[in-house]
Design a protein around this ligand. Sequence first.
Ligand code: AVJ
Length: 329
Amino acid sequence: HGNTLSGISVELPASDTSPLADEVRTGLQRTPKRLSSRFFYDAEGSRLFQEIMHAPEYYLTRSEYEILDTYKANLLAQFTTGERAFELVELGAGDGLKTKILLGFFADKNADFTYAPVDISVDALDELVIDLRQKWPDLRLNPRHDDYFNALEQLSEESNARRVVLFLGSNIGNFTPEDALDFYRQLHDRLQPGDLVLTGFDLQKHPAVIHAAYNDRQGLTRAFNLNLLHRINRELDANFDLAAFDHYEVYNPETGEARSYLVSQKAQLVQIGALAMTVPFQYGEIIHTEISRKFTRTQIEQLAEQSGFSLTGWFTDCKGYFADVVFER
Ligand code: AVJ
């Protein structure tokens, strides 16, 4: 952590100010300890999440795939109003696996639309754009490497197309109830009357089905959760012993919250070099890392109502596990 001032190298005190550093500094000093799930997605974490999506227990991806495939014509009909073009703005596009079902179908039907994927990962976005250009050379693309709300604000100044915001995969489940409501209120502020939001919500169901989705037998979710410690070791010069932490998941069917934890398997001290910080753990002490919230239809209706949207489309898979829901501004 040297800094060069007019040729003189000045050694700064431990003052790493990356978002991860801030999170680790504050999160590991709290009781109970916690780290946000938004730091899961380094290159290895993104790769592990792709694998989770193929795990037999992780039904979410297959359910949503089924919904989009089954109802792509209904969705196109809802997105199209008269002669007006629409702009599909996808928040957190990732590899766009599920969205490609819609893009392919819309392209076949010669729909008049632009696809605007938004992602904070440049790598994911570049890969997606290369793949889409190859598959559909005529597709109008407007990729944004940006924060969700910045991207939305800029987009709304650019054309008079109808906005259709996609927020798929139950990413909304990582928000607290307050943050979820705030998210839709902010969308409401930035969109125009007639604009749409299509959100993927994971629904409440038999608790054992949900519990298994976050405890796959291959240990992918375990590796995904533990990778956060690996990332901190690498990026913040820490010495977490990954063998001394366990993955633990609870699903509470009364609150609809699946919560992930890392559990210290012994009393230990962990050094975070870049923060000049020593973190003590007791035997059995936890770090809370993720909330994956599951919804009821009533909760989703309330979310629409409290943020000023009308619920105009409700699509589920044949098992009723997942819903893709249309809100109209
Ligand atoms: C990408 C946030 C939807 O919460 O189900 C998968 C992430 N965590 N397995 C989810 C995740 C553990 C996933 N989301």
